[in-house]
Design a protein around this ligand. Sequence first.
Ligand SMILES: [Zn+2]
Length: 303
Amino acid sequence: MKVFDLHCDTITECCKNCVSLYDNYMHLSLKRMEKFQKYIQIFAVWIRDEMRGEVARQYFDKVADYFYKQIEENKNVISAFGDKSETKVKAILSVEGGSACGGTLDGLTHLYNRGVKLVTLTWNSPNEIASGAFSEGGFTSFGKDFVKLAEEYGIILDVSHLNRESFYDFIKISNKPFIASHSNADIVENSKGRKRNLTDEQIRLVKEHNGIIGLNFCRNFLESDGFFGIDSFVRQIDYFLSLGCENNIALGSDYDGCSIHSDFAGVEKLFSVYNILAEKGYSRELLDKIFYENAHRFFSENL
Ligand SMILES: [Zn+2]
């Protein structure tokens, strides 16, 4: 089976704890990923909200160095998405928090030169670009220039973590298809889920712009009202299907970035998740779209 996952924090955690990407105790390791027919993973450098300016930029470089070192050490297993190596695992580098640019357009050029293909514009607080899910306010004027230049570079922009006001500002500024790498539908009755998940109107706009949405395994964004684990994931799939999003949903695991139910906790669980969903009556064609094809189509067309 093939997997394309739009978001994990694993490389940031590996760097922080000096742990190998190949074999570790975390949700995601190359040793387990190579058991799949194909595994394309977007690896995020997560910029914490306390980091701004030069501190954020230097931190990005430190984790990006670690990312490239891990790829070099394991080049028989993993290589960059789009290059010719026939490895089972393919990697795409992203930043979670546009503050990685240090608050300058030169910094954005630096991210581009270092191979960043996707930028999640904010984390939960305001940054130089816009305001995140747990804060007030929308886009700044720098943020508008940031979006324009990033789109010129062909960097994919990601609206997960934007608050509603920033999201609607972004819709006015952006000219390219975009993604929500790890967000669910706003049907989860808890405060964290409400702010991070997408309303029907937002989902409709992502779809209208030919974007995709990665379904997040984070318990806060899935579980409520007696729905837990796989059942809470099924509730999300059914809801997105009811909005006609068969071609717009993918996986956005958030591995190594949050608390995840044991049904999904670890890449090896994706085999059983797929099989359980198939037993529940979802067609292989639909599951292949969610697990791989929709994201593969989007990135083949837009990267
Ligand atoms: Zn996140």
